[in-house]
Design a protein around this ligand. Sequence first.
Ligand SMILES: [Zn+2]
Length: 301
Amino acid sequence: MTLAEFLSSETGMLLSGLALGAVAGSFLNVCAYRIPLGQSTVSPRSRCPQCKSSIPWFRNLPVFSWLIQGGKASCCTFRIPLRYWLVEVFVAMVFGFLFHRYSQMPSLGPFVAGCIFAWLMIAVVVVDVEHMIIPDRFSMGGAVGGVLLSMAFPSIHLLRHSSELLDRLGGGMNSLIGLLVGSASLYWIGILAEKGLKKEALGEGDVKLMGCIGAFCGWKGAIFAIFGGATLGAFILLPLMVIGRMRSNGKDDAESLAWGQEVPFGPYLALAGLLYLACIRSWVDSWFDSLILVFQRSSLG
Ligand SMILES: [Zn+2]
């Protein structure tokens, strides 16, 4: 078996995905650290955040360096947070999954879009959890990128017409509709929630993020991301709040999550969008399709 044959086999694709994903995860950590600080993501080379000495490449291997050094920097007493390693491992696993699926179902558009979208969504989770912001580069940049990719690869929206021009227009339209449905729905939910709760419930960043999710996932994916994200948020946050309340015994505790405390919604939208595009798209789409069928039947009488 030649190297090219091995790399295109299922195992080869899985390993390539894991390796490229680890590198992409390492770059994601750099972006998540530097973009909120307004620094360049390419220069200077990687530096220790504590003593500022530059990190040689052999101490900067994704996933492995952290394990070999036991999470300790080699230059000073700095401890590299576990979070960096977890992000690298998670991106590696997602890319491994997407590459492996591509070896079974070779459709270039969904594969390329899936990898870019997954990277973007994980970056949004990391940055929003830490800084409570979603950089425009990810949300608006991703929305524009999603529309352009949809025109380049109409197969992202599962389109297969006879004419290439029609396909490209259809891909772009599907993406734009998803962008508008996603951001407009969340915008209106935000306005209604603001009226009800008498305080700002959703940020502008979340609305822009929904534009990006809709551009990649279409309108069905966008609507799923809003409701799936809210469900996911409730499942993750409610237990944390209950535990926080029990621990603090009613006293105010800065460490634990309090009722009514502001928490970012972006990470849950992003995770739900990723879940849709990477795993459960066909299931969600067919649910929407059957719903549309019911509406059509009832309107026909
Ligand atoms: Zn150092």
